[in-house]
Design a protein around this ligand. Structure first.
Ligand code: FUL
Length: 441
């Protein structure tokens, strides 16, 4: 086959691994920032705090998971170790852990409690393990890589199957601070061996990428799951934030975006922020502009000093869950046009660019949301598309957008129609694969 300049063969285009495909289906999960900062009221603990500050009075991981389910989340990720180095489990490679704290007389393990609760509630589990460590005496020396590798191994072998591992790029060491040269290659190999189904998050993957902001948003309609990483590093050496947000058209690697945001201004719990919890409408808008633009959403909900999700946050989560459920409850197209409407993301149909695909809703119906999904096992190819409905004899355009990927949600409130057609306007390849088209009232 002869390729025109700038055209990628569908065969050569990057495609998601089986682990990434599953990750795409996870879509929305909660993040829990919990540790000494919860008690000292800091965002970045210094690593010098004494372990006795950590003492939740009524830790209840079942409550966290119950709320995650009610919010419509499919997984949970916790800060096993944040930048202060404190380990929420009794790690053999640190003396700054729950074991040295008064909580449960040093016999507790937050990760065990969360892992058990997550399994009881059918939620996937992931761990954040900060590379930057302000406590560990070996930080800044080659031996710290051994410590990190051993610590990672503990996490990957002790708590069952994980779906994601979170590597934060932040490092606040000043000009005279310690400089760690991380052996990320070694850490990636350990993860691939011990947890092949876990996707690694960092600024540049390899499993998924930071979306370039902490507002939880894909900021324009465009979001490619592909990214060029050559010449870039994690942390300060990452690609420009706009590139992280949009990805690269025909990028070399499948590294989809994950949007992170906190339900409160801070990542950790601060009592003075109890009245600054985002409203359900704000959260739903974030959902539409992350999951609805083909990214995954990780929403941070920091447990308080009791070790419970605060009442303000839990109320917002429950209403968010209701908004998501009711908005996407009745797919008016379900079963109306073969594979594209079979409700099964594991099936797809090949579609020609420029040739409209028509849908019949059976009768005149109100339409407020459209959902399109590309068939990801074949990669991501659509650059632009439009949606029209029939008004009398005329086809009238009601929406036009760029990229589809894992999921594109379009809000088209106030439309009424029976016949609808969708046309792919441009793409990386002459044929594209779609998986689902859905219409909601
Ligand atoms: C940042 C960190 O520095 C924050 O404390 C928080 O963990 C956030 C998710 O990532 O880089």
């Amino acid at each position: 086959m002869v390729l025109l300049a700038g055209m990628t063969s569908a065969q050569n285009a990057p495609k998601p691994s089986p682990a990434q495909l599953e990750w795409h289906d996870t879509e929305f999960y909660l993040f829990f920032h919990f540790g000494p900062n919860t008690f000292t009221n800091l965002e970045w603990g210094h690593g010098t705090e004494t372990e006795d500050v950590f003492n939740p009075t009524a830790l209840d991981c079942d409550q966290w998971c119950r709320l995650a389910k009610q919010a419509g989340a499919r997984g949970v990720i916790i800060t096993a170790k944040h930048h202060d180095g404190f380990c929420l489990w009794p790690s053999a490679f640190s003396s700054h852990t729950v074991r040295e704290s008064p909580w449960k007389n040093g016999k507790g393990d937050v990760l065990r409690e969360l892992a058990d609760a997550a399994r009881r509630h059918g939620l996937k589990l992931g761990f954040y393990l900060s590379p930057w460590d302000r406590n560990h005496p070996k930080y800044g020396t080659p031996e710290y890589n051994d410590i990190y590798a051993q610590t990672l191994t503990e996490l990957l072998t002790g708590y069952g199957e994980l779906f994601e591992i979170w590597w934060d790029g932040a490092n606040g060491e000043g000009p005279n601070g310690k400089k760690q040269v991380y052996d990320f290659h070694r850490f990636e190999k350990i993860a691939a061996n011990l947890q092949p189904n876990a996707v690694i998050f960092s600024d540049i993957g390899p499993g998924c990428r930071w979306a370039g902001n902490e507002e939880g948003l894909i900021k324009t309609a465009t979001n490619w799951c592909t990214l060029d990483t050559a010449g870039f590093q994690r942390g300060a050496g990452g690609p420009p934030v706009d590139t992280l947000n949009q990805g690269n058209v025909r990028g070399a690697h499948w590294i989809p975006a994950e949007c992170d945001v906190s339900i409160r201004p801070g990542w950790f719990y601060h009592p003075e922020e109890d009245n600054k919890v985002k409203t359900p409408d704000q959260l739903f808008n974030i959902y539409l502009n992350s999951v609805g633009r083909g990214a995954n959403l990780i929403l941070n909900v920091p447990p308080d000093r009791r070790g419970r999700i605060h009442e303000q946050d839990s109320a917002a989560l429950v209403t968010l869950g209701n908004l998501i459920r009711t908005s996407f409850q009745h797919n008016l197209l379900l079963g109306r046009r073969g594979r594209l409407t079979d409700g099964n993301r594991a099936t797809g149909e090949k579609v020609s660019v420029g040739k409209p695909i028509t849908f019949d809703l059976g009768r005149n119906q109100s339409i407020s949301k459209l959902v399109l999904r590309e068939y990801l096992p074949e990669g991501q190819h659509v650059q632009a598309f439009k949606v029209e409905v029939k008004k009398g004899k005329e086809w009238v355009e009601i929406a036009r957008s760029t990229t589809i990927g894992a999921r594109k949600i379009l809000t088209v409130s106030g439309q009424k129609a029976r016949h609808m057609r969708i046309t792919m306007l441009s793409s990386n390849t002459p044929m594209v694969w779609l998986s689902e088209v859905e219409v909601f009232e």
